[in-house]
Design a protein around this ligand. Structure first.
Ligand code: PHE
Length: 353
């Protein structure tokens, strides 16, 4: 028996010396240390040995097993080192080479403008409120005091969706962010119906109108709506807020003006213009010779709209405005065509770091 163990040990160790790769090492392990190896059979046979031989053979068998396991571990480590050296050789790195420049993404110019708008209004106490892209006729028009068949609806020719709806309340892609006014007011009222809290919010969102696409108007565009409702809000608050906004957005020296206008959901209503960025007010093709460019519509919230939102118009007043994010971005960077924003042209987009 002892003789046999010596033989096993010797032949195993000499076979191990020949091995140069991992697969062969695994085969070696199976044949010399595996379940059916001669060594394991010696262990299996211990039981049938006479008592006086058993301890000696057992000890020797364990010795051999340990020796083989150790040799195996060593060999495995050697092979690992060799493989590593080989990999280092074949994947030689020159660490002194300059790095390759990474292509870095950046924010779309419209998102940069949006963030700036949010930051300016946040400092004035306005929170961001999000409303839905798809609206009902009721919210987009009726609750905003557009009478049925009112011509103002044609100012905002709508994309209707082919979805089931009550006969007088079709579904559409919102034509402006103003329906969010009603949704927000109703949510605020639900917080405390007896004495609704004041509202200071901006509502960003994508809008769509079925219009001809030109350098100045897209069928799809973003607006930011603003809404302030409270117990003593006046038109002066509206003007002060928006003039301050314009100064912060376009620089302290920018000239702006309010022009009387009309919207069904505000009374009185106005539009705000900024001095033309191309001609500086002298008059050119971009501003249609007027020297001014419109950036937003605004006004005092119409009593009917307050009422529809759940605010008692005898106790509350408010102002609202809606600005075109593309329009403001055009002005901010001196871009001359609105169609660049959605054309996915890197030559355009890469200019806005
Ligand atoms: N909703 C108007 C538009 O799309 C803008 C506006 C908003 C006007 C709020 C007044 C008050 O043109």
């Amino acid at each position: 028996m002892l003789e046999q163990l010596n033989e096993i040990e010797q032949s195993a160790l000499s076979a191990l010396q020949q091995i140069e790769e991992e697969q062969a090492l695994e085969a070696w392990r199976v044949s010399y240390l595996g379940r059916n190896s001669p060594l394991m059979r010696v262990f299996d046979g211990l039981r049938s040995l006479p008592n006086e031989e058993r301890p000696q053979v057992g000890r020797r068998a364990n010795e051999v097993k340990r020796a083989l396991e150790e040799a195996y571990q060593q060999k495995a480590e050697t092979l690992r080192q060799v493989a590593l050296q080989r990999a280092l050789q074949s994947e030689r790195l020159d660490v002194t080479l300059p790095g390759r420049p990474l292509a870095r993404g950046r924010l779309h110019p419209l998102n940069q403008t949006l963030r700036r708008i949010f930051a300016i209004f946040a400092e004035m106490g306005f929170q961001v409120y999000r409303s839905r892209d798809i609206e009902s006729d009721e919210y987009n028009f009726q609750l905003l005091n557009f009478p049925p068949h009112h011509p103002a609806r044609e100012m905002q020719d709508s994309f209707y969706l082919d979805l089931p709806h009550p006969p007088d309340n079709p579904v559409l892609f919102r034509t402006h962010t103003s329906p969010g006014q009603i949704r927000a007011m109703r949510e605020f009222v639900a917080l405390n119906p007896a004495d609704p809290p004041p509202v200071r919010i901006v509502l960003p969102g994508m809008c769509a109108r079925y219009e001809q696409i030109t350098a100045r108007s897209e069928i799809q565009f973003q607006q930011v709506e603003g809404l302030a409702v409270g117990k003593a809000i006046t038109f002066s608050d509206l003007k002060g807020t928006l003039e301050d906004f314009a100064r912060r957005m376009f620089g302290g020296g920018v000239r702006s003006r309010f022009r009387a206008s009309h919207f069904p959901f505000t009374e009185p209503s106005a539009e705000m213009d900024i001095e033309c960025f191309v001609c500086g007010g002298a008059g050119c093709a971009v501003c249609k010779r007027s020297g001014w460019l419109e950036i937003l519509g605004c006004g005092m919230v119409h009593p009917v709209v307050l009422e529809n939102g759940g605010y008692d118009p005898r106790r509350y007043t408010g102002f609202a405005f809606g600005m075109g994010v593309e329009r403001i971005t055009l002005l901010r960077y001196g871009i001359e065509d609105i169609r660049y924003f959605y054309s996915n042209d890197l030559r355009f987009l890469e200019q806005f770091v």
